[in-house]
Design a protein around this ligand. Structure first.
Ligand SMILES: N=c1c2ncn([C@@H]3O[C@H](COP(=O)(O)OP(=O)(O)OP(=O)(O)O)[C@@H](O)[C@H]3O)c2ncn1[C@@H]1O[C@H](COP(=O)(O)O)[C@@H](O)[C@H]1O
Length: 87
């Protein structure tokens, strides 16, 4: 099963290899302003799902929020270790 760490490694590889059709490459190229908007959008969807939707839909929205957070991390070059230091 994919984990936060393995997704991060996968996205770093996408950023380095820039395969055609990668949504991550497009998101990184779009810049931090667009990345931040996506992060806020997903955070709102998590909130709404927590209030009104099933556990499975909530889990889906949370996965997308984690993905968007990782895009911002990779865009800025922030590592997992830097984040985990604060947990
Ligand atoms: N985990 C994710 C992931 N979570 C969310 N998303 C993106 O976020 C979108 C869902 O967000 P929205 O609800 O805002 O849907 P949307 O507005 O239709 O999305 P967009 O049109 O803006 O992309 C998805 O369609 C994906 O574009 C993700 N995109 C990729 N991944 C994983 O990242 C890895 C690399 O993906 P690629 O870079 O696309 O190869 C793969 O393992 C993917 O499974």
């Amino acid at each position: 099963m994919k984990t936060f760490d393995s997704l991060y490694a996968e996205l770093v590889e996408r950023a380095e290899q820039r395969p055609a059709g990668s949504g991550t490459v497009a998101a990184l190229d779009a810049g931090v302003h667009a990345q931040g908007k996506k992060l806020l959008e997903e955070a709102g969807e998590v909130w709404l799902a927590a209030e009104h939707e099933s556990d499975d839909n909530l889990a889906l929205e949370i996965s997308q929020l984690l993905y968007r957070a990782q895009v911002i991390m990779i865009g800025r070059g922030v590592t997992l270790e830097q984040v985990y230091r604060h947990l």
